[in-house]
Design a protein around this ligand. Structure first.
Ligand SMILES: O=C(CO)COP(=O)(O)O
Length: 143
């Protein structure tokens, strides 16, 4: 497990009901987020780009493969942080994709925040400023 560099690769994703909350969160933290490389699923990326004035590289829409694209990035070690405002009150047709994304994030020691409280904690943790990362014996991997 390699330690993360100072410039982080951050994915921003929100289910429809949570998109206004994510846009508001991103706008409030625009200055910090602008110093990092931002990715987003299609619709979320567009909304955050317009609403928060941030440059977000857009993948496919989540239900159309965007969650899986993020999962592939994580499997390839290309993402450090996943800010994913999930909707806890609505069933999703692509629930399997959501679960797969959260599962590979867990496996690969990606920092995940599923609500604004945790996302705030991540941003104020020092993680974005320092060379931070779990040690090999903390990852649970056999090798
Ligand atoms: O559905 C999503 C995540 O599961 C988000 O996708 P969109 O950003 O394209 O709406």
């Amino acid at each position: 497990m390699t330690r993360m560099a100072a410039r982080k690769r951050i994915a921003l994703v929100a289910h429809d009901a949570m998109k206004p909350a994510l846009v508001a969160w991103a706008a409030r933290n625009r200055e910090i987020l602008a110093k990092h490389d931002l990715w987003g699923t299609g619709t979320t990326g567009g909304r955050v780009g317009e609403g928060a004035g941030l440059a977000v590289a857009r993948l496919k829409s989540g239900p159309l493969g965007g969650d899986q694209q993020l999962g592939a990035m994580i499997a390839d070690g290309k993402l450090d942080i996943l800010i994913f405002f999930t909707d806890p009150l609505t069933a999703m047709p692509h629930d399997v994709d959501v679960k797969a994304l959260l599962r590979i994030s867990t496996l690969e020691q990606v920092v995940v925040a599923c609500n604004a409280a945790t996302a705030d904690f991540v941003l104020t943790s020092g993680l974005l400023d320092e060379d931070y990362g779990p040690q090999a014996d903390e990852t649970g991997s056999a090798g």
